[in-house]
Write a protein that binds this ligand. Structure first.
Ligand code: GAL
Length: 443
């Protein structure tokens, strides 16, 4: 995996300062505060009967997002029948709305008992602000240091401490399609490069089909990261998030121009309100392609009842064969969680083999642990499971899903992207992103 390390340079910011070629992304914040605010909290597993409430906060509401969550919450309820589970989900794919609600709750000292965050850079500001407890003791107590892959543990370690429990690994760099639509347009298979996509798009449009669908801004960012990955390759792509790759270089500008060309063959003018309705035209046979993470599997299979390789198909997004663009959903223990013991019970379940093997085959992801019951991961799942565990497959992190850019920088990228999709001005976007990187390192 890409190696990135993070240093706290001054109050309020954690900045990436180094990139090496090999093993993993290391999040290391150094500096004064290192206890995550857990000074008084007992580092002990709860004992006795569980009762009272458990409020779980996530953005898993719509079809394809909520089924995995429900399976895990049901298992929790079975194990702790006297606990009242409060499912406090805020609708909006990728957490776009949930993150704002969460920020306000954390800021006003009203945390839920556990909340969802992407593992990686997205959690850094919570750690910096002492919003989350250090969970290293739980990892040790539960033996998780031995069953989570070493590289993943390094990725979620910040100054020798771990602050969230990853429940899965999702893959971002996927292109989904309707085989019947390709056939109708006389196309043999998915494009191997974005150039080839442009050629295919013309044939699709001639056949009266939309070549590519998109949804709200975050799905456009999801597309952008995978166009950049396909055009630049894993090393240059990884360097975008560490300062190593010059955003204003010719190579990056050309990749950004490609993104604009790709969007010209999309339905961005009628962009859907979220990722599920962006997939519907594929299901209905009106459009060919959508670039989305593998939560889309749950939508195609479970919600739409289609069969893999017949009703829908999927492969790596153009130009990213042999690369795994990853992200992970993880759960936290907020400082001052009102029902802390019940939250710890939830985290124990989310980190357990049973919990992950209950959640992931429904959610469309693979377990974050390295000891899954492989018989549960057939069909689509075989490839990600194999690729994730294959050192020959390059691992890079997702921008749209919190792996590589901290919240301050990502917020600036979001705003710049909104302008960029309107203007198509690659140079202005590249300069805004590069400038924002510098600015958010300094404060
Ligand atoms: C991602 C998240 C996935 C899925 C998706 C769509 O950010 O990691 O689990 O929920 O958003 O909402």
């Amino acid at each position: 995996m890409t190696t990135m390390s993070w240093r706290k340079r001054s109050r309020g910011a954690i900045a990436p300062v180094a990139l090496a070629a090999a093993v993993s992304l290391v999040l290391a914040a150094c500096g004064g505060d290192d206890d995550g605010g857990d000074g008084e909290a007992a580092e002990e597993l709860p004992t006795g009967d569980a009762s009272g409430e458990f409020e779980f906060f996530s953005w898993w509401t719509g079809g394809g997002d909520s089924e995995g969550k429900e399976a895990l919450l049901e298992l929790y309820q079975d194990q702790y029948p006297d606990v009242e589970v409060v499912d406090a989900a805020v609708a909006g794919g990728a957490g776009t709305n949930a993150q704002a609600v969460l920020a306000s709750r954390l800021g006003s000292g009203e945390p839920p008992d556990s909340y969802q965050r992407h593992a990686g850079a997205e959690l850094l500001s919570d750690i910096q602000d002492d919003f989350v407890e250090d969970l290293t003791w739980l990892f040790e107590e539960e033996g998780w240091m031995e069953v989570y892959p070493e590289a993943l543990l390094e990725q979620i370690t910040v100054e020798d401490a771990i602050y969230s429990v990853p429940v899965n690994i999702h893959r971002s760099n996927l292109i989904w399609w309707n085989p019947a639509v390709l056939e109708e347009a006389g196309i043999d298979g998915p494009p191997g490069s974005w150039d080839e996509f442009l050629t295919q798009a013309e044939a699709l449009e001639e056949a009266g089909k939309t070549a590519l669908t998109v949804g709200p801004l975050w799905t456009q960012q999801h597309l952008l990261e995978n166009v950049l990955l396909g055009e630049l390759g894993p090393d240059v792509y990884a360097g975008l998030w560490t300062g190593e790759t010059d955003w204003e270089s010719q190579e990056v500008i050309a990749a950004l121009d490609m993104f604009t060309q790709v969007l010209e063959h999309s339905n961005i003018g009628q962009a859907a309100a979220d990722w599920q309705p962006a997939i519907d035209p594929i299901v209905d046979g009106d459009a060919a392609y959508n670039v989305m993470g593998d939560w889309a599997w749950a939508y195609f299979e479970t919600v739409q009842g289609l069969t893999f390789e017949e009703g829908y198909d999927v492969t790596e997004s153009p130009g990213s064969e042999g690369v795994f663009n990853w992200l992970s959903d993880s759960f936290t223990l907020p400082v001052d969680a009102p029902h802390r013991d019940n939250a710890i019970r939830w985290l124990q379940l989310a980190g357990s083999q049973e919990g992950q093997d209950t959640f992931n085959p429904v959610k469309g992801s693979i377990p974050a642990r390295n000891d899954p019951d492989e018989s549960l991961y057939t069909g689509y799942f075989e490839e990600p499971l194999q690729d994730w565990n294959d050192d020959g497959v390059d691992k890079v992190g997702s921008l749209a899903h919190g792996t590589v850019a901290d919240n301050a920088w990502k917020g600036e990228i979001d705003s710049a992207l909104q302008e960029f999709v309107g203007s198509g001005d690659s140079a202005a976007f590249a300069s805004a992103v590069a400038q924002a990187y510098e600015n958010t390192r300094q404060e």
